[in-house]
Design a protein around this ligand. Structure first.
Ligand code: ZN
Ligand code: ZN
Length: 372
């Protein structure tokens, strides 16, 4: 209870100052008047306790939201504003909560983690602030007495909805304010071929994802903008198309086919590509992830080809393939000692990872997928 009233108090302070300026919208005006928090933090350090009470992170939020909501409709914006006022800080049913499967972090838990961090690193400044609003996760966490912290902690445990800091499930010690995570959820439009009437409905379907601002880990489904096409693959026996350095195993040959098409009324050129993967444990894992990447539409995009100079054609989308069985790095072929690791990182950057229960060893010997 006390925690909530603390933030309310700081809000009221902002209101007073803006009312004097005679602006109609109290909340908005106070936001506009707030200087960049980074500078405030610096000031606070230099002036110590004499500095007037720091603004709450909640007041600073809209500066970030303005940028992040650029692509959102007005109605969506309104809804978020309403949710923020009515539901906060009870946020366990938000999209961000569902995507990241976050857990609450009480003030005492955070203090213990930060103290532990301080043992190993001298400066943990970045860990005690929220990456979105750049304000302290819990105000004055290192200045409050342990007695006070335990008191707040007890209240938080008694009323978990008052816990305002969360940790995403798969991130290591990356903390956020619950409210700030609202601005991190992004939507990927399922882009269909606009020339076909049937696919028009699909265009509206949205996939949600959230990218950790610290480590770039993607939660949810990031859907790319790869145009309609087909990926097929087949395992060839040992000796038929051997990859250099992997002569004792078979080889998977992947074929990608994209027809010419139209996107947003503009024509683009299709392409045909072939790639090779040896039938090893790591090779099968990469193939499995490449199939997943294709399904998520992140393997290709429409752009200008660096190699041919053609404009508006289907091109690779930063997930490198081996288009030759031999010749090494110079010919985009094997051997290449770090290729599997590199391509896995490239896919991870687009949110393509092995998830629990997935067994890439079971990847089929022959298959085909078509995306529309
Ligand atoms: Zn924040
Ligand atoms: Zn993270």
């Amino acid at each position: 209870m006390k925690l909530r009233s603390r933030s309310k108090t700081s809000k009221v302070k902002g209101v007073k100052s803006t009312r004097a300026s005679g602006k109609a919208s109290v909340v908005k005006t106070s936001r506009n008047k707030i200087p960049i928090v980074k500078n405030l933090r610096k000031k606070k350090v230099s002036l110590g306790q004499k500095q007037p009470k720091r603004i709450s992170h909640k007041q600073n939020l809209p500066q970030t939201s303005k940028i992040r909501h650029k692509s959102k409709k007005k109605s969506e914006l309104k809804k978020t504003e309403e949710e923020k006022d009515s539901c906060r800080p009870c946020k366990h049913d938000t999209d961000a909560a569902k995507l990241t499967k976050w857990s609450d972090v009480t003030i005492l838990e955070l203090l213990e983690i930060l103290k532990e961090e301080r043992k190993h690193h001298k400066n943990v400044d970045e860990e005690e602030i929220c990456p979105i609003c750049r304000c302290e996760l819990y105000d004055d966490i290192f200045k409050l007495s342990l007695k006070k912290i335990k008191e707040i902690n007890k209240k938080q445990l008694g009323d978990p909805s008052s816990i305002d800091v969360v940790k995403f499930k798969d991130c290591l010690n990356h903390f956020y304010h619950k409210g700030c995570t609202d601005f991190m959820v992004q939507y990927a439009e399922q882009d269909g071929n606009s020339s076909k009437k049937k696919t028009k409905k699909k265009v509206k379907k949205k996939a949600q994802y959230l990218k950790c601002a610290v480590c770039s880990l993607i939660y949810g489904e990031f859907i790319g903008n790869c145009p309609p096409g087909t990926m097929s693959w087949e395992l060839y026996k040992k000796g038929q198309y051997p990859c250099e350095g992997y002569e004792k195993t078979g080889t998977y040959i992947i074929n990608y086919t994209f027809k010419d098409g139209f996107r947003n009324g503009v024509s683009y050129g299709g392409t045909y590509r072939q790639a090779y993967i040896p039938d090893t444990k790591e090779g099968r894992e990469v193939l499995y992830l490449l199939i997943k990447s294709f399904k998520r539409k992140v393997s290709f995009t429409i752009g200008d080809s660096v190699t041919t100079g053609c404009k508006n054609v289907v091109v690779w989308n930063s997930i490198h393939h081996k288009t030759c069985t031999h010749g090494g790095i110079m010919t985009y072929g094997y051997p290449d000692a770090t290729y599997f690791n590199r391509v896995k990182l490239e896919m991870a950057d687009k949110g393509i990872l092995l998830e629990q229960g997935e067994d890439p060893d079971n990847v089929s010997k022959k298959g085909s997928i078509t995306i529309r």
